[in-house]
Ligand binder design. Sequence first.
Ligand code: 8YV
Length: 333
Amino acid sequence: MGNRKKPVVVVTRKLPDSVETRMRELFDTRLNIDDTPMTSADLAEAMADADVLVPTVTDRVDAHALGHAGERLKLIANFGNGVDNIDVGAALARGITVTNTPGVLTEDTADMTMALMLAVPRRLTEGANLMTGENQWTGWTPTWMLGHRLSGKRLGIIGMGRIGQAVAKRARAFGLQIHYHNRQRVPARIEEALEATYWESLDQMLARMDIISVNCPHTPATYHLLSARRLKLMQEGAYLVNTARGEIIDENALARLIETGDIAGAGLDVFEHEPAVNPKLMRLARTGKVLLLPHLGSATLEGRVDMGTKVIINIQTFMDGHRPPDRVLPSML
Ligand code: 8YV
């Protein structure tokens, strides 16, 4: 830090007021008051002078961007759980520590997953739109707008980490049977508590589930994990929910299979090319088969304040010369 008194901390997006206030008290904090997403040139400039960078999912801190990092940049304290926006390997190779904000958005993201899981089979948005649309509701009928029951169905969770387990807990309360696929089988006591069945083969699990929920991180190994071939394995009448990352699903293949009726529908909170949304998915959303949300998984005030608190603790601990609690290591990716 040379002769600077406080570390220069560059925050790339607007954070909750209480978080920004505390950061200004503790650090020489450069805020993004009007919240305009940074261009790659802005990011390069910020990285050249900062001691600490606080990016979000909207910043691509790749090897090229890291090439602009100044000598002082020693910590990237990501405001977010997923670190697929950062080339962690390249950062570590330059001696830059990377941290994230795990744990504090688990419950909110699981709630949103459950909301999508309820909304799509029960035709929530279709019904809600009908009440405010041009055609007036003509009254209840026994066979109109029928959806599908959740209770008793099989839910296949891809990624049984913190969020996957929080989804399982909720889903059990709705009477769903829990199945999961994960890189590693979770400890027996967790399986027992969730009454969860482990599938070593993702292909076999996909072919037998009524609902699939994507809850794994996006890494090179999970890019298009749900490829066209795998999506085709899903049952006719099955639904897909994704609150993790868009890159995990081949969106074009998903849209095709929903269009042809091979998959019943999907609830998606994340997209491969955010903020752009695949036009085929948008078309399907107008028919009610797909429900699209603008990356709202962790969008609660409480969650965002907790994330900010984690960022502050990570920075302060690092500046005090200790190992920050949420260090991201290559072995975690
Ligand atoms: C965050 C998320 O809002 O933390 C994550 O991984 O996906 C989001 O819910 C976002 O990443 C903030 O950077």
